[in-house]
Write a protein that binds this ligand. Sequence first.
Ligand SMILES: Nc1ncnc2c1ncn2[C@@H]1O[C@H](COP(=O)(O)OP(=O)(O)O)[C@@H](O)[C@H]1O
Ligand SMILES: [Mg+2]
Length: 237
Amino acid sequence: MSKPSLPILSVSGVAKTFILHLREGARLPVVNGAGFDLYAGECVALGGPSGAGKSSLLKMVYGNYRVDEGTIRVRDGEEMVDVASTSPRRLIKLRDTTMGYVSQFLRVIPRVGARDVVAEPLIHDGVPPEEAVARAGALLARLNLPERLWNLPPATFSGGEQQRVNIARGLIAHRPLLLMDEPTASLDAANRNVVVELIAEKKRAGVAILGIFHDAEVREAACDRVIDVTDFAKAAA
Ligand SMILES: Nc1ncnc2c1ncn2[C@@H]1O[C@H](COP(=O)(O)OP(=O)(O)O)[C@@H](O)[C@H]1O
Ligand SMILES: [Mg+2]
């Protein structure tokens, strides 16, 4: 695929050191000089061993972790918004319109049924509730979540069931930039394949995906290239 000239995400010169306040302020450098661009329609994996800083980098892009140095610019229409320096209010707006995030674990909302948890981002976007709930059910069905679970809150679901609810919630609404942290870690082969298909559909819709995929088969099937976070970690040591 020929790359359009404008990136969806542009990371440049990013550095972060954790300060461990409970351990007399010990400093734990995690990345330094991290830089890469991400374009519409491609899926890029963050690679490297456990502890390399992959999740931290993803959290910095989403604005969950503060950035010490550098810029993380995300396209919102004509504008590039620097997550590292923008206001909390602008960040919330940017997430609403532009960034989807599939976290490693589902943050369960008490008493809300699985299908409503998945429908919520669509309702937030203004899709009529009836249509949103129908689309949520269709996506849960594709992910093989048994229909008898749809009205139950996911708190008591198995790890793999919760992960599928989390994936459905993260993918149901269109967002130009999608961040995924080990979305298939607790899934069996059949459901891993469904996720690979869903990622391919997002790419065809022009979504740019940045993800962590511990499963090499998923990574090879879903991703166009790998960025080795170890390179940035080495520079930080
Ligand atoms: N909130 C935090 N506070 C302190 N250290 C952290 C925090 N988050 C991550 N780390 C540390 O940063 C390093 C990178 O972690 P992480 O980004 O989770 O790696 P990966 O996702 O590649 O396994 C690890 O040594 C981890 O312990
Ligand atoms: Mg991680």
